[in-house]
Write a protein of this length. Sequence first.
Lengths: 170, 117
Amino acid sequence: MTPMKKTTSLNVTTPSEREILMTRVFDAPRELVFEAHSKPELIRRWLLGPDGWSMPVCEVDFRVGGKYRYVWRCERETTPGCAPGMEMGMGGVYQEIVVPERIVATEKFDQAWYQGEALCTLVLLEKGGRTTLQQSMLYESRAVRDAVLKSGMESGVEASYDRLAKILAS
Amino acid sequence: MIATLSALSEPNRLRIVDLLRDGPRPVGEIVERLRLQQPQVSKHLRVLGEAGLVAVRPDAQRRIYALRPEPLQELDAWLEPYRRLWEGNYRRLDALLGELKTTQTRPPKPARTPRKR
């Protein structure tokens, strides 16, 4: 397989029928990447989804058995499916925490637009001051996984074989 | 879509697709390059063909296999919105980490005891 040239690009793969795996390299030590995933004041600065959404609620009880809760609000209409004032909430329970390398947590949306809970595993690997992030989401079934993948915002982007090659080459 | 994902979920079939990205090839060359058995390669090519991922054309005594981009483009289009959503998040995370790097110093490694000379 050809190695990727651009280390900052995001890889999305489906390693098994019920799973989504995202891989991304960050130019920072993993302690910082870990903090950005565990401190609410940092989480709410990047985990916002599409343009136009804010994160008014970001509560994190960062310990095994502790809960977290996120709520996003659509502030201005930028994409189909985003009506100003509309809110979307989710939360879960931390299952496993290994500072600064691993966080396992359940994830469930308020609106129950997919069945059951997802199990999310974050793994951080550091090499030469750069951190490789692996975020996997394991869903209850293939149908649920596929629904989640399809749920992203409306795509007007032209399909490109090159981009796909990167996904497959991962 | 499911046919595409299933066809690609076998490691050797993915290797065949990867090889064909560089251009069409006869079966013999695929066998040679990937060091697989001929019947095994033929079986994989049949599955890939059924999923619409490869097309075959005869060339004298040989059968030349080529990649068909359509199912791959469809798969890419399917993953694109999800990837785009997270690319936005991670670009913001890049900026935040840059900021944290300048305001925070890394916790010092446990100090080594200086060697006595």
